[in-house]
Ligand binder design. Sequence first.
Ligand code: AMP
Ligand code: ZN
Length: 113
Amino acid sequence: MDCLFCKIIEREIPAEIVFEDDEVLAFNDINPQAPTHIVIVPKQHIATLNDIEERDLALIGRLQYTAAALAAEKGFAEEGYRVVMNCNEQGGQTVYHIHMHLMGGRRFIWPAG
Ligand code: AMP
Ligand code: ZN
């Protein structure tokens, strides 16, 4: 499959992997927008948030659970952090394999840009 994140999952493209289990992979973003910026992806290819089905609900929860665990591990869980999932063109999605951005280590403004 011609998908960047599937290639990272398959180890065809290198990445700085920070967490892996049977269902999820997390790696440092190549263009970080915060002192810590981690991309968390399901190993299953799902193109956009619009393609989630009911059978995927536990997997989506696992992305969030992984984000919280990594925030704790990195030491910014208590001070706070930002989690983002972009969907389609207006949402700012550039890689069409769903992923959660975990960003921490600085203050974030709201509303997001
Ligand atoms: P999005 O714009 O929400 O689709 O996010 C895609 C993210 O993937 C961006 O933050 C990119 O910087 C990041 N990215 C693109 N290519 C790579 C790569 N080879 N390794 C790590 N992160 C990447
Ligand atoms: Zn993929």
